[in-house]
Design a protein around this ligand. Structure first.
Ligand code: DSN
Length: 417
């Protein structure tokens, strides 16, 4: 926070300060959120926000690219080195745009794409009906196995053989188990489809070596850059050389104008951070924390989709407790534990009042919390679930949560709670 904001606009300053206090004083369990380093934050807020750079390095439509070209090239080379990819496009403004650009590069409107259904853990942009990806393309959606809560590769193959998609999409937004990208690749090859993996949620785990990499098994890999990867908000596409031309054309001029150079500079910084041993230790700890949180929640009788987790994410099916996701998420938020309500496989409740709660450990891990704190969090979730309408218990729990937060300060926030 710079005093310039306070001088210019007290109102926005106070709101940002409030958000800083909220982030410092709560345990943030939304699995797609994190805390970036001060270096990433500084690059995001740098003078690069002032620069237009339509085009690609050395082929721009505006002059004055002496530094932007070097920054974008650096970000691409770091991404390729970190993930072992042939090529990278760091211009997508978001994961959704990265997905649309990737599909548009490899399929014509009206051709078939096949991805995981939203209520089963897929993303909107994997062809769900309300997303343009489900309107521009003919969309076929696969689901998790009803009994195991896991991907059923035989069923996916059967569906792929029936519908012969042009693109098979792997990846998810709410799937707690390791994805076997090699199996998706085999299926895609058997039906003559391109394989696009969306690793947005797990990019940091892949970089840290604790999840199978989709890169060797995919024609194209899309990702956001701000989840487990811990970079600025944005998107990125990694690809095999054969797809380079189509992907680059699809991002610009196909879908976007000027790239956000301030974000790309921050991504370059985050990719450097992600190549360190400290980042590997962070990725390992995310998974350890999620496992411990899952075990303790199950000990309290919570029913977890698939019976546990292999990654950073946990999906609780609250139906056995007679609870819905939204009231629990709201009560937890009052106790400074921030999660999101979510559909679970086979959910008959609508998306606005679904039966699940989605949790993740990246942000708590970034602030240094380990297994003991994960266990404590499970106990608090149990306490709140048992006392949904008891405001004095919620308030008391909230104080305990804030006390723990003050023992694990977020290093780079200026204002602590
Ligand atoms: N909003 C992201 C998530 O929370 O998973 C997906 O877009």
């Amino acid at each position: 926070m710079t005093s310039a904001i306070e001088k210019t606009d007290k109102e926005v300053f106070e709101l940002i300060a409030g958000e800083q206090r909220r982030q410092a004083g709560s345990i943030r369990l939304i699995p797609s959120e994190n805390y970036v380093s001060k270096a990433v934050m500084e690059a995001t807020g740098s003078c690069l926000t002032n620069k237009y750079a339509e085009g690609y390095p050395t082929k721009r439509y505006y002059e004055g690219q002496q530094f932007t070209d070097q920054i974008e090239i650096l970000a691409c080379r770091r991404a390729e080195a970190l993930f072992g990819a042939d090529g990278a496009n760091v211009q997508p403004h978001s994961g959704s745009e990265a997905n649309l650009a990737a599909y548009s590069a490899l399929a014509e409107p009206g051709e078939t794409i096949m991805g995981l259904a939203l209520p089963h853990g897929g993303h909107l942009t994997h062809g769900w009906k309300v997303s343009y990806t489900g309107k521009f393309f003919k969309s076929v959606q696969y689901e998790l196995d009803a009994k195991t809560g896991r991907l059923d590769y035989d069923k996916i193959e059967g569906l792929a053989k029936e519908h012969k998609p042009k693109i098979l999409i792997s990846g998810s937004s709410a799937y707690p188990r390791e994805i076997d990208f090699s199996k998706f690749d085999e299926i895609a090859k058997r039906v003559g489809a391109y394989h696009i993996s969306d690793m947005a949620h797990i990019a940091g785990l892949v970089a840290g070596g604790v999840h199978m990499s989709p890169i060797p098994y995919s024609d194209v890999v899309t990702t956001t850059t701000h989840k487990t990867l811990r970079g600025p908000r944005g998107g990125m596409i990694l690809f095999k050389e054969a797809c380079a031309k189509a992907i680059n054309k699809s991002v610009f001029p196909g879908l976007q104008g000027g790239p956000h150079m301030h974000t790309i500079s921050a991504l370059a910084v985050a990719l450097k951070e992600a190549a360190t041993p400290a980042f590997q230790a962070y990725a390992q700890q995310i998974v350890k924390n999620a496992r411990r949180l899952a075990e303790k929640l199950m000990a309290y009788g919570f029913d977890l989709v698939s019976g546990g987790t292999d990654n950073h994410l946990i999906l609780i099916d609250l139906r056995n407790k007679g609870l819905a996701g939204k009231p629990l998420a709201k009560a937890l938020d009052r106790a400074h534990i921030v999660s999101n309500y979510n559909s679970v496989p086979g959910d008959t409740a609508g998306p606005f009042n679904p039966s699940g709660l989605r949790l993740g450990t990246p942000a708590m891990t970034t602030r240094g919390m380990k297994e003991a704190e994960a266990e404590q969090v499970a106990t608090w979730i149990h306490t709140i679930a048992e006392n949904l309408e008891n405001e004095s218990v919620i308030e008391k729990t909230g104080k305990e949560v804030q006390d723990l937060c003050s023992r694990f300060p977020v290093p780079d926030l200026l204002i602590q709670n």
